[in-house]
Design a binder for this molecule. Structure first.
Ligand code: PLP
Length: 458
């Protein structure tokens, strides 16, 4: 960061901190019992995170009394915003009838049925407690089904925190080799090097290089896993021909194609697979399908998924809270309310947001990008369109952090990496309020942008 940008960032952080004495005190208290006062790295930022007291609809209220328009929605998991009425009622009713049974119950049938009916790639489905677990089991069943061990993932792809998926999630590209020979980089210390030996990394949207990897390794590859839109890498949308190519080549070589739709599950009522018309073998889900409670699910072709049929004694999958009663009640109420009309509504808000951002860039003379689709978008401080992880990694990521802090000071909460996610609780005027804040924040940032990234100024 240039000294100019650093100075400006510091002044924003000072304003933020001075307005949040209660959050600061709570953070200090939290540090006594949790490392860094934190239990979820993705929610931590400096100088200290905002402590939230409650959420209602499109807004959250912090410990110091600030009202924040929520474009985070718990990293895209709250499709109807906070405290959605039908979901709250369903959860309260279910809690009064017991929160967990060591037995199946009817709402599991209702939610699995709703998802199987909506997602073209799901005949049979199983619930887990997180997206991480869903991907873990998708991988296991792919290995069991194919008798092969390796996985191919994309550089920058995020599939949760299991060792094997903590490969090349956010690597330093200076250390990650060339696109022709991407080096597998562990995302965290402590990730097993042995686990990473099973991982091959391909560039997203790159048919030629992905084909080369598959041609060389298909005999030992169990699955290829992708996020149809790369979320944490910066909402990178796929070329349709890349998806159809993946479908064709994986089918040819008996490689299980896994779509991680933990985030893109909200793109339509049947996720990205319905939107792009490409059907994977296995789909993993999470986030919105739990109505704000912890959840995950993996489902797919009957031929594969039936290996989990306990009567066959082929595969074991248990979990104390799988298909938990409260999660099922919350998920069902939320997903029933996320019908075609609501899906179209939230995507229309997304269109309004994207068009508004493009208008702001034009008015301020900024040559920047906005990536994403449907109800999730990402501001990117780069002048070039993005089609893979490296395109985003070479953007000026630190400017998104400055924008984030500036927006917090204006009552708007997005993600530090520049992600903005709509909810059905938002109105057009909420979106416009967010856009006004972005316009004013970017306007104030112009001298900093000019110093840090002159190529972005027209
Ligand atoms: C695409 C994707 N897959 C998997 C996960 C992991 O889900 P969870 O955090 O529920 O374990 C996430 C979480 O953000 C995600 O974005």
């Amino acid at each position: 960061m240039t000294p100019e940008a650093e100075k400006y960032f510091d002044s924003l952080k000072e304003t933020y901190a001075s307005q949040r004495p209660k959050s600061e005190a709570l953070h200090k208290k939290a540090c006594r019992y949790m490392p860094g006062g934190d239990t979820r790295t993705a929610t931590f930022f400096l100088p200290f995170p905002n402590f939230i007291e409650r959420g209602e609809g499109a807004y959250m209220y912090d410990a110091d009394g600030h009202k924040l328009l929520d474009f985070q929605n718990n990293y895209t998991s709250l499709i109807h915003g906070h405290a959605h009425k039908e979901t709250v009622e369903a959860v309260c009713q279910q809690m009064a009838r017991g929160s967990a049974y060591t037995a199946p119950f009817e709402k599991q049938i209702e939610l699995s049925g709703l998802l199987a009916e909506r997602f073209p790639g799901i005949d049979l489905i199983r619930f887990t407690n997180s997206g991480t677990e869903a991907n873990m089991h998708a991988l296991r069943i792919a290995r069991a089904y194919t008798g092969k061990a390796k996985i191919i993932k994309t550089e920058g792809g995020y599939h949760g925190t299991t060792d094997v998926f903590e490969a090349s999630v956010d690597p330093n590209i200076k250390k990650a080799g060339t696109l022709d020979s991407i080096k597998v980089i562990p995302e965290s210390r402590g990730v097993s090097e042995n686990a990473l030996k099973d991982v091959l990394v391909a560039p997203f949207n790159d048919i030629e290089r992905t084909a080369k990897i598959i041609e060389e390794h298909h005999h030992e590859t169990a699955c290829m896993i992708i996020e149809p839109i790369m979320g944490s890498a910066g909402q990178i949308t796929p070329k349709i021909e890349y998806l159809t190519f993946l479908r064709e080549i994986t089918e040819r070589y008996n490689i299980v194609l896994i779509f991680d739709e933990v985030v893109t599950g909200r793109l339509t009522t049947g996720g990205a697979q319905k939107y792009y018309g490409v059907t994977p073998d296995i789909t993993t889900l999470g986030k919105i399908i739990g109505g704000g409670t912890p959840v995950g699910a993996f489902g797919g072709k009957e031929e594969i998924m039936q290996m989990y049929d306990p009567r066959r004694k082929q595969m074991y999958h248990s979990g104390t809270f799988n298909g938990n009663a409260v999660t099922m009640a919350a998920g069902l109420a939320t997903m029933k309310a996320f019908d075609e009309e609501k899906a179209a509504y939230v995507n229309k808000l997304g269109d309004r947001f994207r068009d508004g951002i493009l208008g702001i860039y034009r008015r301020l003379g900024l040559n920047m990008q906005i990536s994403g689709a449907g109800s999730i978008y990402n501001t990117l401080f780069t002048d070039k369109p993005v089609s893979n992880y490296r395109d985003v990694a070479t953007a000026h990521e630190e400017l998104n952090k400055i924008l984030y802090m500036a927006l917090l000071n204006k009552g708007v909460f997005n993600a530090e990496r520049g992600m903005f996610c709509m909810s059905t609780a938002m109105t057009e005027s909420d979106v416009d309020f967010g856009l006004d804040a972005v316009k004013s924040a970017l306007g104030d940032m112009l001298p900093v942008i000019a110093a840090e990234a002159p190529e972005l100024i027209l």
